[in-house]
Ligand binder design. Structure first.
Ligand code: AMP
Ligand code: GLY
Length: 404
């Protein structure tokens, strides 16, 4: 089968790496890709947000399947255009992707489907926001309704800061604070049924010990040896199946991956957020452990033919993100990266890189995602950090406590 992946980050590099290992995948393309992805796929300089350009590329390459990585192309209607042009597509329609694109819509679906989540109010006016803040109390949780690239959520004890964020957004969801460890569960969905991938955890703060500003994710690991027994089954039963059922009932079958961000509260797991795509960097570790060939799985989602649950290898995988100077505030780009090589138990995925002459240079906030694997978490962690230590890039930073 011929596959086209849309996107250019660490998640797309991980997707391409796994697809390349699937014997059923005969040809692999990526648009726009990056210098790392170029090692495993043919890259094409196409604007991933332009539905027409992507559909045209799919036609020109006569692919069997288009896999959409990030949320922005989904919300922009790229999956719709690809399907209309007659191609199988992994990635929900723009309407179904509103489960990520609008927090208010996600809350409405959860309410209708009786999915456990924080109590919330959707607010437009200052008076509504002030009333909701008073209702739920501290810590205040204020979420921009729309896509905000990881900058939409403010959690604060300060009522003025909470209100200021609410006023800066057109529409906000204000909700109750959920206490407890956070985990991510990704479910592959074919429109009517769903199967779980392995649980993972990511590290969202920039600094060690969960200090510093929120980021897109500085590292991740899988599996979670400490997770309660039966958690995956419970989340499939209480969250995933009701949610995709409710979407299907509304004529919005969800074909792609439903990302469930959960807080494990004293009253059970509750949904913090949904995303309509694979998480980054959790995907890097989950796909490292996936044994079932990826191409067949994604194709089954796109054609409504999902069968058995995916199978995972034993052992553990850990990924550490190497970020550019000043990420997340104002990333500095253009720094030369050296030491890019594999070791026996670790490899480098490119997240934000580009060519400058013969050099690979930084071209984003999160630049590389280094993945280590091993028979247990400690050896996977060691493998990842050994390789991180060999890579050089001026001004870069990474967390030293991922999966510790
Ligand atoms: P999101 O953009 O929805 O992933 O939110 C970013 C981060 O804000 C989450 O990973 C949580 O750490 C935090 N957060 C969001 N909603 C809540 C909540 N209701 N209670 C506590 N923390 C939250
Ligand atoms: N790792 C968080 C995200 O992908 O949104």
């Amino acid at each position: 089968m011929r596959v086209l992946v849309i996107g250019s980050g660490g998640r797309e590099h991980a997707l391409c790496r796994s697809l390349k290992l699937d014997p059923q995948v005969s040809e692999l393309h990526c648009a726009p890709g990056n210098p790392g992805i170029e090692q495993v796929a043919t890259v094409h300089p196409v604007n991933p947000l332009d539905p027409g350009q992507v559909a045209e590329l799919a036609a020109r390459l006569r692919v069997d399947l288009v896999v959409i990585g990030p949320e922005a192309p989904l919300v922009a209607g790229v999956s719709d255009a690809v399907r209309e042009a007659g191609f199988a597509c992994f990635g929900p329609s723009s309407e179904a992707a509103m489960i990520e694109g609008s927090k208010a819509f996600a809350k409405e679906i959860m309410k209708a489907a009786d999915v456990p989540t924080a109590r919330s109010r959707t607010c437009v006016t200052e008076a509504e926001a002030a009333a909701a803040l008073a209702e739920f109390g501290t810590p205040y949780v204020v979420k921009d309704d729309g896509l905000a690239a990881g900058k939409g959520v403010v959690v604060t004890e300060d009522v003025d800061e909470a209100l200021a964020h609410a006023l800066a957004c057109e529409r906000v969801v204000i909700e109750e604070f959920l206490d407890g460890p956070e985990v991510s569960l990704f479910a592959l969905c074919d429109g009517s049924t769903a199967v779980p991938l392995q649980l993972a955890q990511d590290f969202k703060r920039a600094g060690d010990g969960d200090q510093g500003p929120n980021t897109g994710g500085m590292g991740a690991y899988t599996p979670l040896p400490w997770a309660p027994d039966g958690l995956t089954e419970q989340v499939m039963r209480e969250v995933v199946h009701p949610t995709i059922g409710e979407l299907a009932r509304r004529g919005l079958p969800f074909q792609g991956v439903l990302y469930v961000g959960l807080a494990l509260t004293s009253k059970g797991p509750k949904v913090i957020e949904f995303n309509a795509r694979f998480g980054d960097p959790e995907t890097q570790v989950i796909l490292d452990r996936l044994e079932t060939p990826l191409g067949g799985l994604l194709m089954a989602c796109a054609t409504g033919e999902l069968g058995l649950d995916p199978v995972f290898k034993g052992g553990s995988a850990v990924t550490v993100v190497i970020a550019s100077e000043n990420y997340p505030a104002k990333p500095v780009n253009g720094d030369v990266i050296t030491g890019l090589r594999e070791t026996e138990n670790a490899y480098v995925l490119h997240a934000g890189t580009k060519w400058r002459g013969e050099d690979v240079v930084s071209a984003g906030g999160r630049v590389l995602s280094v993945v280590g694997h091993g028979s247990d978490q400690e050896s996977a962690r060691q493998a990842a950090y050994d390789l991180v230590g060999r890579i050089e890039m001026r001004g870069s930073h990474h967390r030293t406590d991922i999966a510790r």
